[in-house]
Design a protein around this ligand. Structure first.
Ligand SMILES: [Ca+2]
Length: 270
């Protein structure tokens, strides 16, 4: 029995090919270590194309600008002059204005549902207003400076004058994350007024005529928009810096202005 089994195994063994089968055609060499990351695509360089202009209150030291349902909402700064305004975008006329208490310097503005949230510069207080009545509903504390604010549908995005964007819960104002902003690897400081648009964040860069478009997932600046030359020299003498971006989803256009500017501009970036 054992002998016959052995004989059978030997026979099977003898049937095996004596040489190994040829290797399959050589497969392309796969890198086992990650390739060096490709250099990030350089930021786009865009310009502003003006479609229309309307008057803007030169008394408004614009710190926040928001579009909603055919109306503009504006936060104006400076101590003893700060206010929350509703502005007719067709005429620039201020339809409503409520003063902010004198000890506060109002800053960025965002609309969350039926509430407007207004930052203050160094006072660590965000005012929450009822959109319909402009009455103050709440005050939310935070630490650090307040500059720009926008709402991306899920979270507030806030700037503080540095290269940092902080994400916040709209109900509690608690920090939920953040990102540092860089253009071609270099930090972009002095991020000011913000606008959240389709997953991107647009930011004025304080004391420049530039607006940057930021990927808030990585902090990378994906576009630099040159918004210089909007005012003529006579207008520019009286005006402070460019600040204020609002997006009109109906027309996919932007409204931009500046602190104490005599005009607002409806524009596209291209
Ligand atoms: Ca804005």
């Amino acid at each position: 029995m054992i002998r016959s089994l052995l004989a059978m195994l030997l026979t099977v063994g003898a049937c095996k090919p004596t040489t190994a089968p040829p290797p399959p055609a050589a497969a392309p060499v796969r890198q086992t270590t990650p390739a060096p990351s490709a250099p990030a695509k350089p930021a786009e360089r865009l310009k502003v194309k003006v479609l229309a202009s309307v008057p803007h209150d030169t008394k408004a030291y614009t710190q926040g600008l928001v579009w909603s349902d055919g109306m503009l909402y504006e936060s104006a700064g400076q101590y003893r002059q700060s206010s929350l305004r509703q502005v007719d975008p067709k005429t620039g006329k201020v339809l409503r204005s409520v003063p902010v208490p004198q000890k506060y310097f109002a800053e960025g503005l965002a609309l969350v549902g039926d509430q407007l949230i207004q930052l203050t510069w160094q006072e660590g207080t965000a005012f929450v207003y009822d959109l319909a009545t402009f009455s103050t509903r709440n005050e939310l504390p935070y630490s650090g400076e307040g500059w720009g604010l926008c709402w991306d549908g899920k979270r507030l995005v806030m700037s503080d004058g540095s290269d940092r964007l902080t994400f916040r819960d709209p109900a509690t104002f608690a920090t939920t994350g953040g990102v540092n902003v860089a253009l071609d690897g270099r930090p972009v400081e002095r991020l000011n007024e913000l606008e959240c648009v389709d997953g991107a964040v647009y930011a004025n860069v304080w004391q420049t005529d530039e607006i940057v478009r930021i990927d808030p997932g990585t902090g990378r600046v994906t576009a630099v928009i040159d918004a210089s030359g909007l005012l003529n020299w006579k207008e520019a003498i009286q005006a402070e810096v460019l600040n204020g971006i609002a997006y009109k989803p109906e027309t996919k256009t932007f409204l931009i202005t500046g602190k104490n500017w005599p005009k607002m501009f409806e524009v596209v970036f291209e």
